[in-house]
Design a protein around this ligand. Sequence first.
Ligand code: NAD
Length: 487
Amino acid sequence: MSKDIKYLVLENYIGGKFVPCSKLIDSFNPSTGTVYCKIPDSGPEEVDAAVRAAKEAFPDWSAKSPEARSKVLNKLADLIEARLEEFAQAESKDQGKAITFARNVDIPRAAHNFRFFASSVLHHTSDCSQMDHMGCLNYTIRCPVGVAGLISPWNLPLYLLTWKIAPAVAAGNTVVAKPSEMTSVTAWMMCQLLEEAGFPPGVVNIVFGTGPRAGDALVSHPDVPLISFTGGTATARLITERSAPYCKKLSLELGGKNPAIIFADADMEQCISTTVRSSFSNQGEICLCTSRIFVERSIYPEFLTRFVEAARRWKTGAPTDPSNDNGALISKEHLQKVKGYVALALKEGAQVHCGEGVDKLTLPEQNAGGYFMLPTIISGVKDSSALMQEEIFGPVTCVTPFDEEEEVISRANGVRYGLSATVWSRDVGRVHRVARKLEAGLVWTNCWLVRDLNLPFGGMKSSGIGREGGVDSYHFFTEVKSITIKH
Ligand code: NAD
């Protein structure tokens, strides 16, 4: 690298001010493989400063009416929307995702998160006993918890960070947030809008840095009573251990190994186009992506042929080209890990139908060093294989036939994860029966990723603890208090 190259240098946002950090780390553009920005390598000192600022801001912010807080959140949503294109370009460059996806999904949803929680916080009610119990009136109130620690991953950077910040501050908490060290730019851009939106200093603080340093300092800070974490199951285990001595309130949104179950009576056309999307959107880097596809044996050959044809039409290339569906994977290491699963499949005797090692990926010259991979479909894999058990988190999906309803439910449930599942059938009774028996926090039937933010979101088993969304976020980000008045 030439010494003349000027990088974007990010600063922490603490107490309403941008604060430079003495140590910086490189952040890469995944579609070129080059460093393009430097982010703070924050540690306990920076995190402590942010927690102090958040603690100081808490009494005033929590005392404001929900209406006053709601106004600020709505204003921030307006400001993000007004800069949608700027944010989308930055997200695409930072994460590697296709610009069209950032424009249509990431940034609109980030703005919507603020708008949604600005509204929902106005409609919560609490309980009051109707009965005179031993001469007493009983009722409940909900109070914000204090300083919320929020940690988010790299796959949907601003989308998932705002999914935490919005409900936390709407409910009256102040926050210290740490985005993924691999995708910090849009969070930093959002900090530039907070004052104009009307957030008093210290209500939203963002520290940038790695998990083991900045993330760990936040999790183990004694003045942060609540942690909302989205990321990998292994990291969640560490977070649980580190927060145990303080009995912190935890919400853990983790990985998945999501099945799609396709019955012979499914609307094939709709099922194939949706299953391509559910398997490969955002390079397969969505926790809800389908990675095991069970197809009823009578339609298996037809499904596989048409599914492969449709996957080949899913375009991978420069994220800046709006005609591309997929861009680059997040990092060189991650690309190698994902490709490693394809190599393992071949070693185990499976068939790779398209994508990695089968089709040729042509890229523009400036993207030659990027971390790209084509949508890859594999069959002939045993349920016990790592390909069917581990979260791959890339554009790889496995297809397998099944014969009976009970058999497929048991196979779909035969993993340690339980985040989401998709069921395809036009038989209403079956759809209800299967959905009830699947071990998953979310079951979509004849669709995928249709999200009503009022619904509880989260997983069971190793996919997480707790639910967020609508009233569940409100409950998580508040403490309930039972009050008894003797009259
Ligand atoms: P990750 O667990 O490596 O990192 C997530 C965040 O945790 C990052 O900000 C990271 O810096 C931080 N972190 C890492 N080590 C830490 C530590 N010791 N203490 C505190 N913080 C720490 O996950 P990732 O690779 O960024 O994201 C991919 C994972 O996230 C996948 O498993 C995916 O399924 C999951 N995910 C889940 C959901 C969901 O809603 N269930 C959504 C998106 C992604």
